[in-house]
Structure formats: structure tokens, C-alpha cells
Design a protein around this ligand. Sequence first.
Ligand code: CO
Length: 136
Amino acid sequence: MFGRIDHIGVAVEDLNAAIALYEQSFEMTLAHRETVEDQGVEAVLLDVGEGHVELLAPLGPDTAVGKFLARKGKGLHHVAYAVDDIDATLEQLTAAGIELIDAKPRVGIRESRVAFLHPRSTGGVLTEIVEPAGGH
Ligand code: CO
């Protein structure tokens, strides 16, 4: 069902400080930076092998990531798996009894299509599936 790990999402308070850590200490290359209004974040992708680290800074305290930071503090936020056909995968997951946060895909970073699965039904791991732009 899942092709590979597309990225891991990390919630950060200070985006530039986090970028410096990943660029300078981990020698990752910054690939993309974007404000995703729909998700209430400023997001950055850094390359690591075929996958990415996605750094997420909230646009405000009332956003999903803002609330996460207030509740749990900075750190690992979600894991994202790449899929070829997100619509078909969402149907499969629904049939398997997985609780969806997004019943329908929405636009994610770099014009991907994404949907989140509720951690209640994924063993406590906020899980994203992503169909990269041009992936299907
Ligand atoms: Co993500």
C-alpha cells in the first residue's frame, strides 16, 4: 500500500534555527520552503536520500501545529508515506477501519495531495499519506 517513507514531519518553534541545525550539523540540503495556509504552517523540506525531513513552524497558536507545540513541545510530529493513488488508498484504509482526519485529500506542500490518519487508529502515530505532484 505504501511505497516508501516520503518524509518525517518535525514541529519546530524557530524555523531558521531548525534549518541551521539540519543544514549545518546534519549536512542536509534545503530543497523547498513554502507557507501552506491550509495547514497553518510555514514548512521546509530538506533532502535526505530519497526522502525528506519536513520542518513545520505554526503560523499561529490556534493552528494544528501551534496546538501540538503547546501540548507536547517541539519534536517529532508525523510520518508520511508515499502512495501512487491517494484516493484508492483512502478507500482501502477506510475499508480497513482506519479513522481518517481527512476524508478527502487536500493540497499539501509542493502541490502534493495529502491526507492525515488519526493517531487513535494508528497506534499513536500521526500518519500522513502523500501522493506527490505528478505521481498519479
Ligand atoms: Co507532512
